[in-house]
Write a protein that binds this ligand. Sequence first.
Ligand code: PLP
Length: 351
Amino acid sequence: MLKARESVRTLKEYHPPLGNREGLRLDFNENTAGCSPRVLERLRQIDGEDLARYPVRDKGEQVAAKHFGVSPEELLLTNGTDEAIHLVCETYLDAGDEALIVVPTFAMFEIYAAATGAKVISIPAGENFEFPTDAVIAAITPRTRFIAVANPNNPTGTFVPVKDLVRIAEAAPDAAVLIDEAYFHFCGETAATKWRDVPNLFVSRTFSKVYGMAALRIGVLMGNIEQMKVLRRASSPYNLNSVALACLPEALAEEEYVSNYVLQALEGRTELEAELAAWNVRYWPSRANFVLLYLGENCKPFISQMRERGILVRDRSADYGCKDCVRITVGIREHNQRMLGALREIFSELG
Ligand SMILES: Cc1ncc(COP(=O)(O)O)c(C=O)c1O
């Protein structure tokens, strides 16, 4: 029988709960209101001829580079962050190399690293999910070729100072150090352009979260020009579809849509954290558009009662150190108020 490579056959299966997501979706950290009106308008203009042509990425890269304040050679548009992670793993990891991740974190780091045949070394975060910078540095060996950090982190919402990330990258000059800034807008701090001094550091961003374009699959990978030249070779020239490319300049042109959304999400996050504190519920202060909370035996009843009220939240129990924890996304004011109202009702019922 045809056999897949050992490293793929033994991969952990990752099945995000995508079935029946009708309702208020506070389970995937998406934009709860959807993409901007300008993006929608551009989508409506797509015609048959647009779809018949192969996508051209260069112009989109120029627009994106201008927005990010980098040169087009420092940037590659990707099919979401997932492809950025995949490309970095494929470019730098050989079977038997070592990949370092701090857990709990975004599942795709481990999956793409392990698929190459590399050994994934998981370093546990601190008691309050603090990022263990010194432990990461201590774990670096001559075989370490990939280190990935989501900053802010998912599912914990914790943040690592950029100077610590730079220390890690400097301590591992033979490793590609990928800083996944999917939730950048909610925290405002970036490692972008540090690759000019520390050439093994990369930064990725996505249009799946604050821009409300998860279905279009657009992300950006940025790094040192010499490294980006190599990564470009590993990427398909048609990795990004034309519909996504057409919408990209519109998304970037509407800064106010993004800042207004961020404002409401941050307001909601503050309110949610205050509510949890008032109920004496353990939670981890977040720098992203979601909050992780510990509900113990009330975890599953809470999730199902939220669902009964048409609100989806995410059980993170399967993540390292997150047993009986729930992650709740915040969004626009109206959605936050609905979620808070339901949460108060359920908390008073559960006691
Ligand atoms: C840290 C992190 N990175 C990346 C992603 C996915 O991004 P994309 O949709 O661009 O692949 C997520 C989504 O949950 C995430 O939490």
